[in-house]
Ligand binder design. Structure first.
Ligand SMILES: [Zn+2]
Ligand SMILES: [Zn+2]
Length: 110
């Protein structure tokens, strides 16, 4: 899940806004925003905003791998090994099904 750039607000700005009347968000937005500390929505680890995307894509153990696995399940990075070994049969079935589908297409065009 990617979040579009430019929607994040400086933590300080957000706090001030929720304390006060929520005015002037854009004007108070600081260019140093990328250095603010945010916490990962998946594992709660605190890190710099600019490192968050990288963290979620590579090191976050709680972050789901992509959207859904091709078997239809959402698998977290730390569960990948377990999921792969638990679902071998199912994965093979799915792979065979898509393989046969491809084969059919190829044969039809011959
Ligand atoms: Zn995380
Ligand atoms: Zn799977």
């Amino acid at each position: 899940m990617t979040r579009s750039r430019g929607t994040s607000r400086c933590a300080r700005t957000a706090w001030r806004a929720s304390d006060a009347r929520g005015s002037d968000l854009t004007a108070a937005h600081e260019p140093l925003c990328e250095d603010r500390i945010v916490s990962c929505e998946h594992c709660g680890e605190e890190l710099q905003a600019k490192a968050l995307e990288e963290h979620k894509n590579s090191t976050c153990e709680e972050s789901p791998l992509g959207d859904v696995d091709f078997c239809g399940e959402t698998v977290k990075r730390r569960d990948e090994e377990a999921h792969l070994s638990a679902s071998v049969a199912q994965h093979l079935r799915l792979q065979r099904a898509s393989f046969e589908e491809q084969l059919e297409k190829v044969e039809r065009t011959r």
